[in-house]
Design a binder for this molecule. Structure first.
Ligand SMILES: NC(=O)c1ccc[n+]([C@@H]2O[C@H](COP(=O)([O-])OP(=O)(O)OC[C@H]3O[C@@H](n4cnc5c(N)ncnc54)[C@H](OP(=O)(O)O)[C@@H]3O)[C@@H](O)[C@H]2O)c1
Length: 194
């Protein structure tokens, strides 16, 4: 039984030239120092309330490994106490009860397990998993935060897409930090792309 109100959003931050990490996986460049006078302020209370609306997270194993690295460096765990599904064919350390590992058909996970249970499903990377999610027609939204920096080369937001995917621009917001947030809608969610 599918939850008709469920939404799958792919969300990541990228450089203006479309990379989510350097080739070695590092994301030091995410800390930018621009100022855009007319931009909105990121209100911590709004962010906290917004994060509460997310019901579960999905990520690839390399993104999970980065999250573990950050946690090991004392930077905390970004996904709170929400169920977090990590895609991997390997045996990785499970550091909290909210983490579940999954290997296999992504469409089966999303349509068979996640949509019937959760309303607001967030794919948080990386490029391999985001592209897989789009290729299979599983996403309803793409939320793309562009940072004011060019890094020349790296891991792309969408790794090796094999076709054009038309999007509808639904929201644009610019922040004081110089970050621009774009939200696109797809009408391919659930149906699969042809
Ligand atoms: N800027 C941002 O907002 C942002 C966000 C997220 C990540 N990142 C960065 O992006 C990098 C990671 O991205 P990435 O594209 O290299 O990798 P990724 O998408 O995080 O992970 C890909 C891996 O997930 C596993 N996987 C994917 N689909 C699977 C499936 N259906 N079943 C089983 N396993 C599956 C495979 O690894 P196995 O070998 O484990 O099977 C695959 O190699 C990191 O450096 C991270 O820091 C940046």
């Amino acid at each position: 039984m599918t939850n008709a109100g469920s939404r799958v959003t792919i969300h990541m931050a990228a450089s203006l030239d479309g990379f989510i990490a350097r080739k070695d996986g590092s994301v030091d460049w995410l800390e930018t120092s621009d100022e855009f006078a007319d931009g909105a302020t990121m209100d911590p209370e709004f962010v906290e309330a917004f994060l509460k609306t997310i019901d579960c997270y999905v990520m690839g194993s390399r993104t999970y490994e980065t999250a573990l690295l950050f946690e090991g460096q004392g930077k905390g765990w970004s996904y709170g106490d929400k169920p977090t599904f990590v895609l991997t064919s390997r045996k990785l350390p499970r550091t909290r009860d909210t983490i579940e590992f999954y290997s296999g058909d992504l469409a089966e996970l999303v349509n068979g397990r996640l949509r019937p249970t959760f309303r607001n499903i967030w794919f948080v990377g990386g490029g391999v998993v985001s592209a897989e999610c789009l290729r299979l027609g599983l996403a309803d939204n793409v939320s793309y935060s562009i940072l004011p920096i060019l890094i020349g080369e790296g891991i792309p937001f969408f790794e090796k897409l094999d076709r054009d995917i038309a999007l509808h621009l639904a929201e644009v917001k610019a922040y004081k930090s110089g970050m621009v947030e774009l939200r696109y809608e797809l009408d391919s969610g659930r149906a699969g792309l042809t």
